[in-house]
Design a protein around this ligand. Sequence first.
Ligand SMILES: NC(=O)c1ccc[n+]([C@@H]2O[C@H](COP(=O)([O-])OP(=O)(O)OC[C@H]3O[C@@H](n4cnc5c(N)ncnc54)[C@H](O)[C@@H]3O)[C@@H](O)[C@H]2O)c1
Length: 321
Amino acid sequence: MQKIFITGGCGFIGSHLIKRLITKGYSVKIFDNLHRNAIQYTDLLNNTKVEFVKGDIMDAQHVTDAMQGCDLVIHMAAIAGVSDYYLNPSRTLQVNLIGTFYVLEAVKKNKINRLIDMSSSEVLGTEVIGSDEESYLRIGPPRDKRWSYSVGKLAGEQLIYRYSEELGWKSTIIRLFNIYGPHQVGESAVSNFCSRALKGEDLVIDGVGSSLRSWCYISDFVDAVMCFVEKPNDEVEIFNVGDPWTTISNLHLAKMIITLARDDASVKKKPTITFRPMPFTDIKARYPDVGKMMQTYNWKPEITIEDGVRETYKWFRETFK
Ligand SMILES: NC(=O)c1ccc[n+]([C@@H]2O[C@H](COP(=O)([O-])OP(=O)(O)OC[C@H]3O[C@@H](n4cnc5c(N)ncnc54)[C@H](O)[C@@H]3O)[C@@H](O)[C@H]2O)c1
């Protein structure tokens, strides 16, 4: 059975993906600097199939040494979360671009020929309305720090294409569209709203709340990643993974979570919704075309937004009560 090297495996997605991988018999080596730590809400680090190396992908030698003996690399270490793009734009660019370069160099030196990379729908820029994998990208001007993340991710995509073509790797680049669920301790509207509602704090809507997002539940996302793990595409390809059937406004999402909190006897002070001027550059609408994923892998997300948000709310309540 394959040994899989996972950068950023201690994060939200890693904590779910690794559970599925070891259930399927794979062994996993995590390389993560614990910038974020979602895996602490699981017992995965005590599992004999999981090895953990504390390390930073900006340390090229360490990541190269740690990767020895692995057959597949899943690269997901990144600085993610809109606040971080504004607070730490240089670090965001460095980790997502130069860090990815170091990971690719490590893959090359270890003579591994399979890579799965977590890119982002952010590379598509400002208007993402049913975009497919061939859509043109429309990124904002460099003076706006928001684009530090997407430029890093996009450069990562280019690097992966070029390395894969030159070295004959089978690589998959996943463009993720708003994945959510339990363990998401980083920034996301679902996790922000759930944690505020449970504390009886108002849910703060940026702008008027009309921005549209599609929400893909974590188990559907992990199903998609398992398709790539078990049936790699030839050469190098990009796939959109998200759930276009759950596209709702941020206000609608906030109202769903307000309703859960109102029906929850453990929430003494019932939250309401307040509005503030948009503090950063917004993306008015973002939902994917996932036709390529459906046709290639017969994959389709199954979890409704109502069920997914309820499960996420429940996890926040049980974990942080
Ligand atoms: N969750 C989403 O909706 C979403 C959307 C688009 C793209 N992505 C991408 O998917 C991947 C995983 O996302 P996530 O939601 O699990 O995020 P996360 O922040 O929970 O996980 C990222 C992990 O990377 C680690 N990390 C950060 N910098 C590092 C470094 N320099 N060296 C080693 N480890 C480092 C963190 O400690 C963390 O465990 C990321 O690449 C992210 O950009 C996620």
